[in-house]
Design a protein around this ligand. Structure first.
Ligand code: ATP
Length: 349
């Protein structure tokens, strides 16, 4: 399995029966609502799958005393892919999703920034991806109190830089992208980002068919507003990636529309970028688009590229028509009404 690179296709050999085993983690708040919508659509997919529901988050904590029980981690490890809804993380609690990403060594966080017609984007025609290193940097969790405050350690290893840069170039190659941009602050963070930048160019040498360039993170924050069309694939460290990908979300219409993938060498986990949205939970009005697009990313990861494209096309049509969309997109449809519309179009493609 590889992102965007089908190793096998069930379309070319009908005698082979494929059964993907998925782990489904609905979570809290609107998580179960958008998950139900996405799975309802998946029912009419041509791919054969089975799924096991596993638990994580605050409701799970109240029932079991853990935000991410061991069974959830082991189920997820054994499956072909995991679909994750959203969880509420209460301050002081161990984050279920962060633990799961670590346990599965999901070192890539992939966030597409794409503007869909009919949605409140700031720029038309945007289509780039941010590849964020997911395991170290300032989020490696090495912090300590000092006499006068506290210190956080920014961990950057050559190994982690190499694998994330390789992923970015491989992704570019497999997805017909032309350019990879490294984002860093090597003029100030001379050692840590120096390693990141040097490793990026070492890896770039192996991909002469793809253009490479690098920018400082502060300039990138500005370019994302002044000329976002220039980006194609961006690769960066953990904290910068976290911030820039939310800036990217703002460019294309907000949280209800943004999917993400967390990828490692053995596992993939797909989740909407939004949280559990307690303010609208239980009302049946959550926009299912981010969850549906996360499922598209999962299908692509599984090698089901055609099915992924069909599903994205169905959603794109519903968004463009704008007639059966949720209130955040200016409509009056419920989550399941919008899902029904996507499902009908998907089935007919
Ligand atoms: P959490 O604590 O779980 O992160 P939050 O409310 O702080 O929850 P989000 O869940 O990401 O953060 O929500 C931020 C805002 O975006 C909320 O007003 C929420 O209603 C809105 N929102 C998030 N996801 C969706 C969605 N799928 N459809 C419609 N509105 C959404």
């Amino acid at each position: 399995m590889g992102f965007g690179c089908p190793e096998v296709s069930n379309k070319s050999n009908q005698s082979v029966i494929f059964m993907y085993r998925l782990t489904v983690i609905p979570g809290d708040g609107i998580g179960p609502e958008v998950m139900e919508a996405a799975l309802y659509i998946l029912e009419v997919s041509e791919i054969d799958f089975s799924y096991e529901t596993a638990h994580a988050g605050n409701e799970c904590f109240k029932r079991t005393g853990s935000t991410i029980p061991d069974e959830t981690i082991s189920t997820s490890k054994k499956s072909d892919a995991t679909l994750f809804g959203a969880v509420t993380t209460v301050p002081g609690q161990k984050s279920g999703i962060i633990t799961l990403r670590k346990e599965l060594d999901l070192y890539v966080n992939l966030r597409p920034v794409k503007s869909y017609e009919g949605t409140p984007f700031l720029f038309e025609g945007l289509d780039f991806v941010i590849v964020r290193e997911n395991t170290e940097g300032l989020y490696s969790g090495v912090e300590k109190y000092t006499d006068d405050g506290a210190e956080a350690v920014r961990v950057v290893t050559r190994g982690a830089c190499e694998r994330i840069c390789k992923f970015a170039f491989e992704y570019a190659r497999k997805n017909m992208r032309k350019k990879v941009t490294a984002v860093h602050k090597a003029n100030v963070l001379k050692k840590t980002d120096g390693i990141f930048k040097d490793t990026f160019y070492e890896v770039a040498h192996e991909y002469n068919d793809i253009r490479s360039e690098d920018f400082y993170v502060d300039a990138t924050a500005m370019y994302l507003i002044t000329k976002p069309q220039n980006f194609d694939v961006m690769v960066t460290t953990n904290l910068f990636g976290d911030i820039l990908s939310d800036e990217g979300a703002g460019l294309v219409g907000g949280l209800g529309l943004i999917p993400s993938a967390n990828i490692g060498d053995k596992n993939g986990l797909f989740e909407p970028v939004h949280g559990s949205a307690p303010d609208i939970a239980g009302k049946g009005i959550a926009n299912p688009s981010a969850m549906i697009l996360s499922m598209c990313m999962m299908l692509k990861y599984l090698g089901e590229v055609e099915e992924s494209q069909k599903l994205e096309k169905a959603l794109t049509k519903v968004l463009r028509d704008g007639k059966v969309v949720t209130p955040d997109l200016g409509g009056v449809a419920s989550t399941m009404e919008m899902a029904e519309q996507v499902k009908t179009i998907f089935e007919g493609l």
